[in-house]
Design a protein around this ligand. Structure first.
Ligand SMILES: Cc1ncc(COP(=O)(O)O)c(C=O)c1O
Length: 387
């Protein structure tokens, strides 16, 4: 069967390969612990599940979603309130918000809404792999912008050659950052707005880790002046409420981009199941306590991993955001060699930094989303191998 040529540029999705490697080892009887994927094992809070169950029994909720691809108005109103309270961002629920089937869906639809064939699109290196894939799916050409430790893993906008910036149609980035865990600040976001204005670049700031920051202010790109003139922000209920499987998120910001995404979506999907939107409303309305609990859990796990690494002479200071630790390999081994060694000798899976781009070489990424017990076991195994 002949399939579309545009798929030829897209490598197999990072985690699909990892999943089959893990499944094979498990089938052979190995007790593999995966620290590679950011998918919380902790349960979705009960009131959210109760709301889903209650609303799933109401027959009218079984029909196409209310307000279809836009997301029900009530959901958009609650997002407005949440963004106002948590990020001091004002949004118009009628024009500046659309519900998403997770922020990953937004990554795709932003590309379909903004990128034309052969457009240059900037993305960070290292970067979330879905950006590159979706730039290709839209027929665009990704251009990597390095983010390096010496610059706190933020792009140095003034280093981007002006011919590249002039060519660029859009820019994907995300802070708190996957994979590095770095956080941005208002100064950087203001510079980003200026940069986007100067070169007429549409910004897609993907912010699913906005709630996962340690000792630092929660931040939305949309909270800086002019941001809505140049772009959108994606966010999601996946990480703050342990709802990765539920598939609900939102895109917010520039009304023209939101309208364009809506046009794409009305031809692709019909929105999020009503009962999941009601559960999402519940989450955003009442569940901030859960976020505090979640942060406590991740903070303890972070401390535990860092202390364990330090205790074996692997000195490392954690970043201030996300539930990932982006760690230089112990003796500057290549990411793949080091990750393979941990897999073969300790049956612990970590993500190789090089899978996130050239500048991810020399790092591994550990996710703190497994249970405390499994994390302790994994760190003990790593310690045994390295000592
Ligand atoms: C940077 C980034 N964007 C988007 C997503 C997808 O999130 P969602 O579950 O909301 O689709 C992830 C998930 O790991 C991510 O790390």
């Amino acid at each position: 069967m002949k399939t579309a040529k545009r798929l030829d540029n897209i490598p197999p999705y990072l985690f699909m390969e990892l999943r089959s490697k893990i499944a094979k080892a498990r089938a052979e009887g190995t007790d593999v612990i995966s620290l590679a994927i950011g998918d919380p094992v902790d349960a979705t809070p009960k009131p959210i599940i109760d709301e889903l169950c209650k609303t799933a029994y109401i027959p009218e909720n079984h029909r196409y979603p209310i307000d279809e691809e836009k997301g029900m108005f009530k959901f958009r109103e609650v997002v407005t309130k949440w963004y106002g309270e948590r990020y001091q961002v004002k949004l118009d629920p009628a024009k500046e918000i659309i519900a998403l089937i997770g922020s990953k869906e937004g990554v795709h639809h932003f590309a379909m809404a903004v990128v034309d064939s052969q457009d240059t699109v900037l993305m960070t290196d290292p970067g979330y792999p879905a950006y590159r894939a979706n730039i290709f799916l839209a027929g665009g050409e990704p251009h990597n912008i390095s983010i390096l430790e010496q610059n706190n893993f933020l792009p140095v906008l003034s280093d981007i050659p002006s011919d590249i910036a002039r060519d660029a149609k859009a820019f994907y980035l995300n802070y708190p950052n996957n994979p590095t865990g770095a956080v941005a600040n208002k100064k950087f976001f203001s510079e980003l707005v200026e940069f986007a204005k100067t070169y007429d670049i549409a910004i897609c700031h993907d912010n699913p880790y906005s709630e996962i920051v340690f000792g630092q202010e929660r931040l939305s790109f949309l909270s800086v002046e002019g941001a809505k003139d140049v772009g959108i922000e994606l966010n999601s209920l996946s990480k703050p409420y342990n709802m990765t499987g539920w598939r609900i998120g939102m895109a917010m910001g520039n009304p023209d981009i939101i309208a364009a995404i809506s046009k794409v979506k009305e031809n692709v999907d019909s929105g999020v199941f009503n009962a999941i939107q009601y559960a999402g409303i519940k989450a955003l309305e009442i569940e901030t306590q859960n976020i505090d609990k979640m942060l406590d859990i991740y903070e303890k796990r972070r401390r535990f991993v860092v202390d364990t690494l330090n205790s074996i002479g692997w000195n490392y200071t954690p970043p201030n955001g996300t539930f990932y630790l982006w760690i230089p390999t112990l003796n500057r081994e290549s990411s793949i060699d080091f990750a393979t060694m941990l897999f073969e000798k300790a049956s612990v899976v970590v993500a190789a930094g090089s899978s996130y781009g050239k500048h991810g070489e020399g790092y591994i990424r550990i996710s703190l989303t497994v249970s405390d017990k499994r994390l302790q076991e994994a760190m003990q195994r790593i310690k045994n191998v390295l000592m």
